[in-house]
Write a protein that binds this ligand. Structure first.
Ligand code: 0YR
Ligand code: MG
Length: 369
């Protein structure tokens, strides 16, 4: 098989609840800059990354794909995924400007499209190509609620709806800038949902160390399953100290770009729940390496889902370190086979591929570039 042409796209899709905010971002749309790889056979691969729908930077990602990666891909056999990944990652001019950020997000989209093609060529869902079992069910926790700009009443009413629909885990945002308010909000939600539901708190990197330390010390009573990204993403020593001195397990990884980055955090004991994201790492290839590393440390992998769980559901089924996955429905109308949750568990995808195939109707409706 040979790659004959490559098309890029940018989708901006409205989020389900408008005007939502966490400690660092306000959000109206989710962005999916991506790639369609066409071949001399009748199959195409779809891959994309995830952004906050900022057109100028989304264009940098698709431009990186079309100008830097495409010439390296045309004429190549797309089934040689790992070898192509290695070649693209270590292409000297890209290596000079890349290893994180825009060129890495672009490479994630390419790698996902290549794996999608490989699974389609094998006529298997990706989880099976990767050796997973159809008997393994992945639990879902919901992150489409718990927003920082909601009132406590809104948080509680929404949490109760999620529990009624079968979820047994929810995540809420913290980092209002007022510690007593953060603690009060977490306490109110915990009291409303009772002790048997997993509750997670996510500060999206907002706090300084003393705030994070104070929160952890006082939040122990609320039995959080984890505290996510309490302080600046790259602060290895700060997270290590929190992990060793606080009673609340630390989760992080959605802002880490590489296997080496994860290695430092894992080796330091700075993280308990490992959250690699295939659309921020260099795709499925690097995600798998990170998850194997976590396996070696006996740590659970709970992926962050910049892809809205389409690809990550396949990976979670296939990887032995995963049994829990985030659910956010923002792109669900865009896919041939959208990830769905019922009674707190994801349905097992059955179509060949990585779950990344975008409907033509969605390309028409949401395309901005
Ligand atoms: C909104 N999940 C996250 C969204 C999400 C963010 O800014 O991007 O909440 O990525 O932290 O755990
Ligand atoms: Mg997060």
């Amino acid at each position: 098989m040979k790659i004959t042409s490559i098309e890029t796209f940018i989708l901006h899709v409205p989020v389900t609840r408008q005007g939502i905010a966490d400690s660092t971002h306000r959000l109206t749309h989710w962005g999916a800059p991506g790639i369609i790889i066409r071949t001399d056979e009748s199959i195409s691969g779809f891959g994309y990354t995830g952004t906050h729908a900022h057109l100028p930077t989304d264009r940098l990602i698709t431009q990186c794909i079309s100008e830097s990666y495409t010439p390296l891909l045309i004429g190549r056999d797309p089934l040689e995924v790992r070898s192509l990944w290695d070649k693209l990652l270590h292409h000297p001019p890209l290596q000079w400007v890349g290893r994180a950020g825009i060129s890495h997000l672009a490479l994630s989209a390419v790698d996902i499209a290549l794996w999608d093609l490989k699974a389609k060529a094998a006529q298997l869902p990706l989880w099976k190509l990767l050796g997973g079992s159809g008997e393994k069910k992945i639990r879902a926790y919901n992150t489409d609620g718990g927003w920082l700009n909601w009132s406590i009443d809104q948080l509680i009413a929404d949490a109760k709806c999620l529990l009624d629909s079968g979820y047994r885990g929810i995540k809420m945002k913290v980092g209002t800038g007022r510690m007593h308010e953060d603690l009060h909000r977490v306490q109110a939600v915990r009291e409303a949902i009772g002790p048997n539901i997993d509750l997670m708190a996510d500060a999206n990197g907002r706090w300084l160390f003393p705030d994070a330390f104070a929160f952890c010390s006082r939040a122990a009573d609320f039995h959080l399953k984890w505290l996510e990204e309490p302080i600046w993403y790259d602060d290895l020593e700060g997270h290590r100290q929190l992990a060793s001195r606080c009673g609340v397990p630390i989760a992080l990884g959605e802002q880490l770009y590489s296997l080496s980055h994860f290695k430092e955090f894992l080796a330091a004991g700075a993280v308990a729940f490992v959250q690699p994201d295939a659309v921020r790492l260099a795709g499925i290839t690097e995600w798998w390496m990170v998850s194997d590393l976590a396996f070696a440390y006996r740590l659970p992998v709970v992926p962050h889902i910049g892809d809205m769980a389409q690809v990550h559901l396949h990976l979670a089924i296939a990887h032995p370190s995963c049994d829990l996955l985030e659910y956010i429905p923002w792109l669900k109308d865009c896919f041939e086979e959208p990830a769905t949750v019922s009674d707190g568990y994801f349905a097992t995808p059955l179509q060949p591929g990585a779950g990344s195939t975008i409907l033509t109707s969605a390309l028409d409706k949401y395309r901005v570039g």
